[in-house]
Design a protein around this ligand. Structure first.
Ligand code: ADP
Ligand code: MG
Length: 460
């Protein structure tokens, strides 16, 4: 009885709040599951409905639940495939039920579009919680502009950067902000991998119509995470290409993240690549020391930790290329000190570093650098160490020296002796040259980024 009343209440709130939508479509088949003292589960027939209700229609639901059960009730959603719902596989126009008739279609619905874990915006990933510095300032500003609709021509927005640098964070932040500004916007947040898996499922279940409708027709903002996964997946790329075009030409916003630059994705179809490049591409670089320190300070504050300045400094010096690890170090520090009662000092911070890094980033070896650089430029390691002055070897050598300085923290004489006993003044000249050239030579700066990423990934 309570459940029935609650459902009725939700319907009423929907009608009040969701004027432009057909509420029946969304409420069809939903049911009230478990009701606890301060919790409530709403069961929904499939992932489509789950995503929509949770991401876009939580307001009327909350308002109904508040009225019926009070303010502090925790609402959760659960897919119950037993529930029957005609949406979305059979809703709308152009519906075709393939051979096998209705039963087959009903079965497909059950199997397709399983709940994808990425469908929820992480409440912690907001613009307010994002610490900016010169490494991510531009990406942050572009994301804000897109979310606030100040930059219509930034479409698609392509965010790229190494692992753990905040791409997903910014993607969710855009989602939150768009939702905050207008909760009627239908946002689809999706891991590229799930797009692929759902497509495969849909093909298997002969439910491509439902799949296409979901991504092409009912979406206003598409947030697509980790698109690099599509490299080499031709069928998925093709499907995504059509989805992209349809959304794009209808003026819908598309935001994509990738840990690779479009040009670096070797097996990405040319037409998709040029689509990605047609909007704006922003990159996130590994944070520089000051930003790392600011992030640590912020995370410590969030954790309610009072961490001495020297410990923060120490961690910021050690953890260079991954913000996730910076964050992890604070959590670890807190756990270690509260478990053992040890004071938060450098010794404890060292322990933290050992537990969160398999290979300490500071221990990146010059061998790893030269091997990676040699592989990248298709020369031999021995050529880099040889006296050969040919440009084919000289540039990779200078780059390798520069990276040894930057990433292995070697002294100039150490680098000189590693590269076949060169004089330290030659090393200084090389490092300086690359340091200057990279600011004006786009290709060089991209090469350096790729190399650094390859190297830091080895150490994560
Ligand atoms: P990516 O998607 O690039 O691999 P994430 O967005 O998942 O990285 O970020 C990893 C973690 O680091 C997340 O918990 C995120 O909140 C945090 N993070 C990354 N960059 C920042 C930043 N600039 N300020 C605060 N937290 C950040
Ligand atoms: Mg990510």
């Amino acid at each position: 009885m309570v459940k029935k009343k609650l459902l009725k209440q939700i319907e009423t709130e929907f009608v009040n709040e969701v004027r432009n939508e057909n509420p029946d479509k969304w409420l069809q088949g939903i049911s009230i599951g478990e009701i606890g003292e301060d919790s409530l589960t709403i069961e929904v027939p499939n992932k489509f409905v789950l995503d929509r209700l949770r991401n876009n229609y939580i307001k009327p639901i909350r308002s109904a639940v508040n009225k019926a059960m009070g303010e502090r009730v925790n609402i959760s959603f659960e897919v119950n495939p037993e529930l029957v719902n005609a949406f979305p596989a059979e809703a709308g126009e152009n519906t075709s039920v393939k051979a096998g008739g209705k039963r087959r279609a009903a079965e497909s619905k059950k199997e397709s579009f399983k709940k994808s874990p990425s469908s929820e915006l992480n409440p912690k990933y907001t613009f307010d919680n994002f610490v900016t510095g010169s490494s991510n300032q531009f990406a942050y500003a572009a994301c804000r502009a897109v979310a606030e609709k100040k930059a219509r021509n930034y479409n698609p927005l392509f965010i790229y950067g190494g692992v753990g640098l905040g791409k997903t964070h910014l993607l969710h932040a855009i989602g939150h902000e768009i939702h905050r500004l207008n909760s009627d916007n239908r946002i689809i947040l999706l891991q590229a991998e799930n797009f692929m898996n759902e497509m495969i499922q849909a093909i298997r279940n002969e439910n491509m119509d439902g799949f296409r409708r979901f991504y092409r027709k009912d979406c206003q903002i598409l947030l697509m995470d980790d698109i690099e996964i599509l490299a080499g997946k031709e069928r998925t790329q093709e499907e995504f290409f059509y989805t992209f075009n349809e959304l794009y030409s209808a003026g819908k916003k598309i935001i994509i993240t990738s840990d690779k630059f479009p040009k670096e994705m070797k097996t990405l179809e040319e037409r998709l690549r040029s689509r990605f490049e047609s909007g704006i591409i922003v990159d996130i670089q590994p944070p520089e020391f000051e930003t790392r320190l600011a992030i640590l300070r912020y995370k410590a504050e969030m954790e309610g930790l009072e961490v001495p300045e020297e410990v923060l400094n120490f961690l910021a010096e050690q953890i260079k290329t991954n913000v996730r690890k910076l964050e992890g170090s604070m959590i670890r520090l807190s756990a270690l000190s509260s478990l053992s009662g040890a004071p938060m000092n450098i010794a404890l911070a060292e322990e933290v570093i050992h537990t969160i890094m398999d290979d300490n980033e500071a221990m990146l070896s010059p061998e790893a650098v030269t091997k990676t650089v040699a592989g990248f430029y298709k020369v031999k390691v021995s050529d880099l160490k040889s006296p050969k002055r040919n440009r084919k070897y000289a540039l990779p050598r200078q780059i390798a020296m520069y990276l040894c300085r930057e990433m292995c923290r070697m002294s100039f004489p150490e680098i000189g002796s590693f590269f076949g006993g060169r004089d330290h003044s030659t090393v200084i000249h090389s490092c300086r040259k690359i340091g200057i050239d990279k600011n004006s030579n786009f290709e060089l700066s991209k090469h350096l980024e790729s190399l650094k990423r390859k190297l830091s990934e080895r150490n994560i």
